[in-house]
Design a protein around this ligand. Structure first.
Ligand code: BGP
Length: 464
């Protein structure tokens, strides 16, 4: 059998990268922006953040977007994902629209279009306006309505030029971080609230999808971006298989099924019912979910989830946790990104795509994030360029599996790296660097890494 040496993708494949407002913009107190939960958390608990670095400046895209967009063009991006900061556009979360923010996002969109780069807009990337968090954030149905108003405002303001929209990025992360495992504000550990927040986010999502599709003459597409972690059991033993299936229900299907199929998995509903953890719902919710499935799915893929049956029966007197049903499994010999502590398993990208083809109607999708965070990357600097051959290998091996999926008929339309330039990450600040461009935090100077030049060739050739 001939060894495959060419990995060419279909015409029009999306090559680009992904970012989010809080992580790149900076200007957190400029241009009329209001506080979001990250600004507030940093102001009250600075020591939670790596080296005490907060979200106020990050990578200064707010002032340097023109230069940055030129750099995107330079490395062959045909698409670029950014998010709108809700608290920049509507500082109080609801009410008046900030015209300085409108001008800023208009300028970004226009500069992208002028450079031949299609803007992909995401509406919510972990950044609840603080005033609305005070009202309960996603626990509150009123906040859901405020989100739908915000989303609709964005469609009106920018929809004449933007055709690809996403309601949420990784909506399960604020649930896990904010309500189960203490790594996002508001740092509550309460599974009942976690379930309510997850459910309410889906309601916000479907209502935004509905509002989008109702706009007259709508030609654009709307989707959601999910971090899918394919679940692999330790063995084919029924107890391991069950553990893996339940982990998949909690961490993938809890959002994937309602968003793409328009209904929750029955097994998940049963399990929550059994432990008295079903969310509160309103009449009409099920129909809303059923009638407002997505046009497009963004898949963030970083790592698989390996699980095994519980070693010890958990104490079910204590508070309910998803972890009651499985234990993590550290597969011997697995390949790790030791900096981030995440397993690298390139075939996972293929398994996700095949699952979408077989079980989710082959929904149009793309890899909306994939990437490798590395600490102290300046160690790899030679002749003024970071020699990130590890990142090139990481992307290339993932692309090979993505290519195989496409060859087998999976409906994958593109690949975005996380991320365009080194940026600020939630609690880790600038610890792990992910960008095609490195950022000097003193001068804010951007310098292409070796991977940027490699990716330019890949985008140009539509493969490698
Ligand atoms: C995803 C998020 C991004 C980004 C990325 C890298 O989950 O959508 O916002 O941060 O992960 O992860 P981290 O920054 O935690 O290393």
């Amino acid at each position: 059998m001939a060894i495959q040496t060419d990995y060419l993708f279909p015409d029009g494949f999306w090559w680009g990268s992904a970012t989010s407002a809080t992580q790149i913009e900076g200007g957190a107190t400029e241009g009329g922006k209001g506080n979001n939960i990250w600004d507030h958390w940093y102001q009250t608990e600075e020591n939670r953040f790596f080296e005490g670095v907060g979200p106020e400046k990050t990578s200064d895209f707010y002032h340097r977007y023109k230069e940055d967009i030129a750099l995107m063009k330079e490395i062959g991006h045909n698409t670029f994902r950014f998010s709108i900061s809700w608290s920049r556009l509507i500082p109080g979360g609801r009410g008046e629209v900030n015209q300085e923010a409108v001008a800023f996002y208009n300028a970004v969109i226009n500069a992208l279009l002028d450079n031949g780069i299609e803007p992909f807009i995401n509406l919510y990337h972990f950044d609840m306006p603080y005033a609305l968090q005070e009202e309960g954030g996603w626990e509150s149905r009123d906040v859901v309505e405020a989100y739908v108003t915000y989303a609709t405002e964005c469609f009106h303001l920018f929809g004449d030029r933007v055709n690809v929209w996403f309601t949420f990025n990784e909506p399960i992360v604020p649930v896990e971080g904010g309500y189960l495992y203490d790594f996002h504000y508001p740092n509550i550990v309460d599974a009942k609230k976690a379930v309510q927040v997850a459910y309410q986010t889906i309601i916000a999502h479907v209502k935004a999808v509905e509002a989008f599709h109702r706009l007259p003459g709508q030609k654009g597409k709307i989707g959601i971006i999910l971090n899918l972690t394919p679940s692999y059991p330790r063995s084919q033993h029924p107890a391991d298989l069950k553990a893996s299936r339940i982990a998949d229900l909690f961490f993938n299907r809890s959002f994937l099924d309602p968003a793409v199929l328009g209904k929750y998995p029955e097994e998940l509903v049963e399990l929550l019912r059994q432990y008295d953890h079903l969310p509160e719902t309103l009449p009409g919710d099920a129909a809303l979910i059923q009638n407002n499935t997505v046009d497009l799915l963004g898949v963030n893929y970083y790592q698989p989830r390996r699980v095994k049956a519980k070693e010890h029966e958990p104490n079910k007197e204590g508070p309910f946790m998803p972890d009651w049903f499985f234990d993590p499994y550290e597969m011997p010999g697995r390949k790790m990104n030791k900096y981030r502590g995440w397993e690298i398993y390139e075939k996972g990208i293929y398994d996700i795509m095949v699952n979408l083809k077989d079980n989710y109607g082959n929904i149009a999708s793309f890899i909306s994030e994939n990437g490798m965070g590395v600490q102290n990357e300046e160690r790899f600097m030679e002749d003024g360029e970071i020699q990130d051959d590890y990142r090139i290998a990481f992307i290339r091996e993932h692309l090979k599996w993505l290519h195989k999926a496409v060859e087998e008929g999976c409906n994958a339309k593109g690949y975005h790296l996380w991320t365009f330039m080194d940026n600020w990450s939630w609690m880790n600040a600038y610890k792990n660097r992910y960008g095609f461009y490195s950022v000097d935090l003193e001068t804010m100077e951007r310098t292409p890494k070796k991977s940027a030049k490699w990716f330019k060739e890949v985008s140009k050739r539509n493969g490698f």
